[in-house]
Design a protein. Structure first.
Length: 389
């Protein structure tokens, strides 16, 4: 039983580290860094370079007007902010939605090549030093552009990621409630990562790059925002996480829609690990590699399989010590709570904490399905967005 016990505790350590332990470790490292640094980093407020705001969309005419009005209320000089909407492949009434706004630049071609292809094409037209990408279905806070742009006065910064915020109502279903909890924890980790060395990737809801650092990505790239930001980080530039620039969006319409999104992200995670293999290495930048493996790679690869292994090994160890019995009971209770969350997935209830075990299990199940999709090459660069509430 000794080798089984070692494998059990090693597996439990890796899973615990990936989801909880790394959070404590990075918090400690940031605290040490704060104590050792005497200088306070300045906040830039008067830096106003020309900026392009690029919004890829596909058949989203129903929300384009709201998004345009949201762009127009941004606190940034209008003469320095160019707004582009890319509608490649759209077949809805997007032109009618945009016709009242002649200052908005429309980029359209009938071919639907996917989000990465559309962004690559837009970057051949963008002529500003800073480019910001945002999704059509997310609304930005008034200070978003200004709070992002100020970081680029530091020449070491190559990418700035805004914060994704999910609107969670007092009563919500499993997908929205679980997603809200997840993104609050993720936001905390991103803040700590950014302060320690660099944020690990960026979310496409709101992300900015130095235009001269943008790389043309293969059109089949699934996580274009993550890949682009990590390629910039691999060149020695910093990814800054800016929580005071945020994009608001509603939670997924249902668990089915959220699952569809998670599987795509998981397939993209596997794809990005393969493509970044030789670019993000401990020899080039050990802190970045450490953060990347701890925050992303472990969750995207081994943890779902280790969770299954832990459960099976715990059964074999049941009679060896009462500690294993307590751990087994804890696992059973957790998974029963997840099962209850599944049955209540479309109910509106106040006790949203009940959905955390369900969302955790759903995320890990999506990683396994994402691996299958990646290996079968069935996840393409063109996909249907998950429906939002």
């Amino acid at each position: 039983m000794y080798p089984i016990a070692i494998l059990f505790w090693l597996s439990l350590f890796i899973v615990s580290y990936a989801f909880i332990g790394y959070g404590f470790l990075i918090y400690f490292l940031v605290a040490v860094k704060r104590r050792s640094e005497s200088e306070v980093q300045p906040r830039f407020n008067n830096f106003e370079p020309p900026v392009s705001l690029v919004i890829p969309c596909y058949n989203e005419a129903n929300i384009l007007r709201e998004k345009i009005l949201n762009c127009k209320q941004l606190d940034y000089p209008a003469e320095l902010l160019k707004v582009y909407f890319i509608t490649d492949g759209s077949t809805d009434d997007f032109r009618i939605a945009l016709q009242d706004f002649p200052d908005i630049v429309l980029l359209h071609e009938d071919r639907r090549g996917g989000k990465t292809a559309a962004e690559n094409r837009a970057m051949t037209i963008v002529d500003t030093p800073i480019v910001i990408f945002s999704d059509a279905n997310t609304m930005l806070n008034r200070q978003a552009v200004r709070n992002i742009v100020r970081h680029f006065e530091d020449p070491r910064v190559g990418c700035v990621s805004g914060e994704k915020r999910v609107n969670v109502e007092e009563k919500d279903n499993a997908s929205s409630a679980g997603e809200g909890f997840y993104w609050r924890y993720e936001s905390l980790l991103k803040r700590l990562d950014s302060e320690f060395h660099t944020a690990v990737g960026a979310a496409g809801e709101l992300v900015a790059f130095r235009a001269n650092l943008y790389e043309t990505l293969p059109e089949d790239t699934i996580l274009d925002d993550f890949m682009q930001s990590m390629l910039i980080a691999s060149k020695g530039y910093k990814i800054v996480y800016e929580p005071d620039a945020y994009a608001m969006e509603s939670g997924s319409a249902s668990v089915k829609e959220e699952m569809k999104r998670k599987i795509r992200i998981s397939a993209g995670g596997w794809q990005s690990i393969k493509r970044l293999w030789a670019k993000v290495t401990p020899a080039k930048d050990f802190p970045l590699y450490f953060q990347y493996v701890s925050h992303r790679v472990l969750r995207w690869t081994v943890t779902p399989f280790l969770l299954i292994l832990i459960f099976l090994l715990n059964i074999l160890l049941w009679n060896t010590h009462c500690l294993y019995q307590l751990l087994m009971v804890g696992q059973v209770v957790f998974y029963l709570a997840a099962l209850l969350g599944y049955f209540l997935e479309n109910r509106s209830i106040r006790l949203k904490l009940l959905f955390v075990p369900f969302y955790f299990c759903m995320m890990n199940y999506a990683v396994i399905l994402g691996l299958i999709r990646f290996l079968s090459n069935s996840q393409q660069g063109v996909w249907e967005k998950a429906l939002r509430k």
